[in-house]
Design a protein around this ligand. Sequence first.
Ligand code: G6P
Length: 611
Amino acid sequence: MCGIVAYVGHRQAHEVIIKGLKRLEYRGYDSTGVALINGGLNVYKKKGKVSELESFVKGLNLNSNIGMGHTRWATHGEPNDENAHPHYSATKNLAIIHNGIIENYAAIKQDLLRKGHTFLSETDTEVFIHFIEDIQRNESCTLDEAVRLALTKVVGAYAIVVMSVHQPDLLIAARKGSPLVLGVGRGEFFMASDATPIIEYTNEVVYLNDQEIAIVNNGKLTIKDTSNLPLTPYVQTIDLELEAIEKGGFEHFMLKEIFEQPKSIRDCMRGRLDSVSGRLVLGGLREYLNKLVQADRIIIVACGTSWHAGLVAEYFFEEFCRIPVEVEYASEFRYRNPIIREGDVVIAISQSGETADTLAAIELAKSKGAIIFGVCNVVGSSIPRATHAGAYTHAGPEIGVASTKAFTAQLTVLNMIALIVAQKKGTITEQKFNELLVEMENLPAKVEKVLTLNNQIKKIAEEFKDSRNFLYLGRGYNFPVALEGALKLKEISYIHAEGYPAAEMKHGPIALIDAEMPVAFIATKDSSYEKVVSNIQEVKARKGRVISIVTEGDTLIPKMSEFVIEVPPVAEALMPLISVVPLQLLSYHIAVMRGCNVDQPRNLAKSVTVE
Ligand code: G6P
């Protein structure tokens, strides 16, 4: 949460920074600020989005070749101008931007208050920069040494950048637990929470590791760790196209990303799965594959939509690999003293690769000796670096806060992993294996077909846009889809929604059903079809308004439903990749019709780097 960008070089820093902050707004959008050195170290900051800061600084002289900016997701202190970053030190000679939380800030603050410091904000970050300045004064040391000393004393997570009015060629950055990428251009340097603000200018990057400090001084980059050990920067070339992070004619990123799914699913399988030769290979599983094949139990840890992908994987792994699977909220798992035995394998799923709870769950499982596999989308992010092996989803940057194409790509990767394991274990017949490879290859075309229903789904959205509640019901593989459908609606339209296993409805939610209640059934032709038909009747009998997602050609359920969405047939185990798409579109249209900001829903952030 929170996005940071910094620049030093020959360009107008504010232009690079403002553009970069817009790309990072998915990380938080409570307030925005920029610091520049233009006749002094000046900070411009405002509550609200980057566009509000842009209007605020319009017409001002922002001429500077060095600067840094921040877009905030509030942790300490409400979103207002004062709490916005950057923050000044006591003398206003230094400024800082920070993504993360300094957990022991209250103790440090007490100390500084005793020394006569006063603070303008309620943030931990302002305390941090006062602390750095205080150390520099006491130790009479360089600024980078003061930053290093301060970092040895703070507890928590951070990605920071510090600037000084006295050194207009100096940027100091450091990270622990929050991401930070450095861009190395010709005579210019960039720093950002991810690579999207950088790739327009250079694709040469250095991913800073935890406990590392990067110093750009007079056009030279040096890196050391917090124990003062010098390190050699490892410059990598990244493969990220600018158009992948732009809207490309769509009104919102979310809609673009929903429509990108045929491509992202195909990209995810490219070079890995080929039904003609029967080839299925994931290079990233490497030498640890046998651990999965021999696993007594698989524990999946994830949050949000990624957790839903884990639930689908539970069905898939258990059906085809015959390995027991437990799916855990990372935030619960990490605080439960979980039992991890030899023979347990952990799979961590995360779009961003930065979710703090998932990372902490990984560290805990690792400390208990588990082998960890990662399924992540953002290349080079923290989770893939913390895991023993894994596979990227290759869905491309997902910018809309509500996850869509990352979910279907996660399912694709998880299915591939499970099929590889099942084949090695001999728990799947060759015929079934080959059938599923063919079916997987056909998925992009089938998703394409579902996307042609967009206008029909828009009409259904019109009908239900003013609903106060929504119920989503499904069974088997479609149960996690019900949860995901409800989450999508809640996240972006602020309508209260619940997902339930259809059979559980009679143990509670049935009491909610009346003539006002929309109930979305994911009722495709599968092994629980007849049972779902009975569940629909139970809703109808109580006058609930039934919207059904059915398999093409179904004649029974349409007679029982007020609205029907027909999706192409596919193997039961792959249906979530198809049946979730109409639900993504339904939420999208409802949210747009309600005037909600679908790409940046209130209070949410895409990358949750605080617990
Ligand atoms: C946030 C996002 C969700 C996402 C969840 C897990 O809540 O808004 O869309 O599913 O975090 O994120 P991850 O990056 O670990 O998949």
